[in-house]
Ligand binder design. Sequence first.
Ligand SMILES: *Cc1c(COP(=O)(O)O)cnc(C)c1O
Length: 394
Amino acid sequence: MEYDCGFNTKLLHGKTSKSFPNREILPPISQVTAFRYDSMEELERVFLHKSMGYAYSRIGNPTITAFEQRIQELEGGNCLYGGTIGLFHDLEKWGIHIVYVKDLTEETVKPLINAHTKAIFGELISNPSLKVMNVPSISRLAHEAGIPLIVDSTTATPFIARPLELGADIVIHSTSKYLNGGGNSIGGVIVDGGTFRWNFEKHTALREFKKFGKLALSVRLRTDTWENLGGCMAPMNAFLSYIGTDTLGLRMQRICENADRLAHALDQMKGIQVSYLTLPSHPCYEEAKDILDGYGGGILSFRAGSKERAFRIINSLKYACIASNIGDVRTLVIHPASTLYIQASKEEMQAAGVYEDTVRVSVGIESADDLIADFTEAINNSREGKEDENYSFR
Ligand SMILES: *Cc1c(COP(=O)(O)O)cnc(C)c1O
């Protein structure tokens, strides 16, 4: 693997980095709620969307704009919306029905599309099952049905893949993870590729915004949903996330190298079963080579044979922090079945690739040798006897 200079150079010296009013190297933190105008007419024009301007930080704020523009540059999108979106379970209460599939492939999704289907949504690299979505084939299917493909690219980041270039219409990220990188702010972004031709008979919620054409969704999110539902980012969080992304390329390069080395080292050990995208045993190995440019991302998981042994391993790690997050510069480790999936049914857990003995690792930027030594020692010390070498994984 070599450094992608194009990516890092664009990241640090792109249009966004030259857009600040006093030639600041970083975006100034506009820690304000509202913006002052010299006349009521001017402010009225802003509210009528007849002139550009900031009015109230829920709707727009220069620090948030800087962060939005930076992600937009990296993903190649048109319009962006900062904030976090609700969980699908909450959408059910709003009359939006979600149909789930275990594996998002052309074969599994095609029979489920009907006249009521409004969109297909999936994760590019699913967390923690590590399945890779074949974006070109799913987007073809979506477009044949006249619906958009929405891709959650949180675990891939624009360093590994740019789903809009692969055919997706909308990309979302939890910026709390790799984009921020330092584990210091919650946030989310929606990147609208601005190319999807909305069908206003089917996508009735966008009807009012018909005059904006392909940008109808972006405009609706910014002027309506965001303002009314309150998913707005704090300027300080936008600033911290902005400076976090300065090192996205360096961190992802290092994280992917570390994860690849750790996965290969653990794969040699008896009595555990490792899942990582650059291991030839992984079911999505070929897809990862194709769609993720050979990178495997920063998450790996392994099965320890029993919940008790998984706990013993986790508890004796020296460097990995026990925390329910991913994408930090520090290596984080968790037992998903007793935390993130505590409310899930057995079927939901299995669909997500989570078993009673699964340990999830979000690999950080520490020295790979230290991580390998730490995990090797913890796994070796967790053995109770010879029989532990012959665990079966069902
Ligand atoms: C963490 C995560 C989210 C949710 O992110 P928040 O920032 O906590 O809202 C969504 N998608 C993926 C893939 C995630 O890892």
